[in-house]
Design a protein around this ligand. Structure first.
Ligand SMILES: Cc1cc2nc3c(=O)[nH]c(=O)nc-3n(C[C@H](O)[C@H](O)[C@H](O)COP(=O)(O)OP(=O)(O)OC[C@H]3O[C@@H](n4cnc5c(N)ncnc54)[C@H](O)[C@@H]3O)c2cc1C
Length: 402
């Protein structure tokens, strides 16, 4: 970084390159720094309940290393088998367990940071409590590599839940499934996972994975966890809420293997949709949970208006939908349609009190929409933070800001 600062060369940090907003693309050329070989789990401490890691550790490796000790690192993006913890921190990644356990930010205690001029410091500490000045670890989390380079992290762990149970609930329509999400939350339980898939996504997953049991209008995939007795109690309430919401079919996973099958099917959603056509544009506009049915309707109306095939799946418990446009961008006319459709999807999310991005970040893809959510003053305030850390503008330029 010292060399890059002296020579004014742009630097783009890169984890596994699985980001969905173009964050690791070296938009202004320069140096790409890969964390591939910064891949050690340095310590897992069962007394302090922390993991000390390098940024290139694959997320699922921390899951298995923690679980082997009876501990739990909850953030689990759908890409956890191949994305890195550094990329997760830089994007403040969410995942399937966000409803109950939160997102990456909730587990970041300290970060080793290299500033754009090459100086280093530790933001945060290994302690549960720390109010020494500004919360810089939180600021760097979700900063998309635009403020500095993360070279190490102290992450919070929790104790692994004793038991869990997984369920599938089928509905005639996506609207009915999203209404059932509200009924589940109102019944007084907080599932660890509450995912939704529409019929377009289900067909794609069925053909991708060779399953013939996914022919529904929409599906909810649900997991509850905790102590044995509590899981039984939550399961009872969950089944009641689903029956009362008009679920057409209810299935409980018989064992851990079947439960894992459910999550594998969900994790393959994007890959399965991407196989249908040469281009796939995935968004992650997020709305307050109560507005999810309205958002589902808005997405359907945009699809109809532009004659586009849109598969929708996502983290329903978080109001975080992933409308995925399946098209062929080699055809010029499709580019214009997709641009207009994406703009209208964002507009709908914002008008419902939502946000442009729940978890994938702004990167290159959404920078031109920033003002629509934050206003000019909001963007200027963020720009001032960026300029304070990176006055030369060499740290991942071309991201977040146009
Ligand atoms: C199939 C699939 C499913 C996905 N599911 C989810 C999901 O459920 N939830 C979710 O949130 N995301 C999901 N994603 C998106 C993606 O996996 C996440 O954003 C992930 O956090 C990116 O990690 P990465 O290691 O690939 O980072 P990269 O893509 O390499 O980089 C992402 C950003 O982080 C910056 N960065 C990387 N490392 C560092 C570092 N050490 N210091 C500073 N900046 C750094 C880069 O510059 C870039 O801006 C999914 C992606 C795919 C392909």
């Amino acid at each position: 970084m010292e060399y890059a600062a002296r020579e004014r060369i742009p630097v783009t940090p890169r984890g596994a390159g699985t980001g969905l907003s173009g964050g690791c693309v070296p938009a202004a050329g320069g140096i790409v720094v890969s964390t591939e070989r910064l891949n050690r789990i340095i310590d897992i401490d069962p007394a302090d309940l922390i993991a000390v890691v390098e940024p290139g550790v694959i997320t699922a490796s921390l899951h298995s290393a923690s679980e082997a000790l009876g501990l739990f690192y909850p953030p689990d993006p759908g890409s956890c088998a191949f994305c890195t913890l550094g990329g997760n921190i830089a994007e403040n990644a969410g995942g399937l367990r966000g409803l109950k356990y939160g997102v990456t930010r909730d587990y970041v205690m300290a970060l080793d940071v290299v500033l754009p001029d090459g100086r280093t410091f530790q933001a945060g500490s290994r302690t549960r409590k720390n109010v020494t000045g500004y919360d810089m670890a939180r600021l760097f989390t979700g900063s998309e590599g635009t403020l500095g380079f993360i070279t190490g992290a102290v992450l919070k762990l929790i104790v692994l839940p004793e038991a869990k149970a997984g369920f599938l609930a089928a509905f005639d329509t996506l609207e009915a499934a999203s209404e059932a999400v509200l009924a589940i939350i109102k019944s007084g339980i907080t599932p660890s996972t509450l995912e939704i898939m529409d019929s377009v996504t289900l067909k794609a997953v069925a053909s991708f994975s060779g399953r013939n049991d996914l022919d529904y209008g929409a599906l909810l995939l649900i997991e509850v966890d905790g102590h044995e007795e509590d899981v039984a109690r939550q399961s009872g309430k969950l089944l009641d809420a689903l029956k009362n919401s008009g679920a057409k079919e209810l299935r409980q996973a018989r064992d851990a293997a079947e439960q894992e099958e459910i999550w594998t099917a969900r994790r393959s959603a994007l890959t399965a949709l991407a196989r249908i056509s040469p281009s796939v544009i995935l968004e992650d506009a997020t709305v307050p949970r109560k507005e999810m049915t309205s958002m589902v309707r808005a997405i359907r109306s945009v699809a109809g208006k532009y004659g586009l095939l849109i598969g929708t799946f996502g983290h329903a418990g978080d109001g975080n939908l992933h409308p995925t446009i399946i098209t062929d961008l080699r055809i010029e006319e499709n580019k214009n349609k997709v641009k207009a459709a994406v703009g209208e999807i964002f507009e709908a999310a914002l008008s419902l009190g939502g946000t442009l991005s729940g978890e994938h970040g702004i990167g290159i893809m959404k920078s031109s929409y920033m003002e629509s959510e934050l206003g000019a003053a909001g963007v200027e305030a963020m720009r001032a933070v960026k300029d304070a850390f990176d006055p030369q503008g060499i740290m991942n330029p071309g991201k977040i800001f146009v």
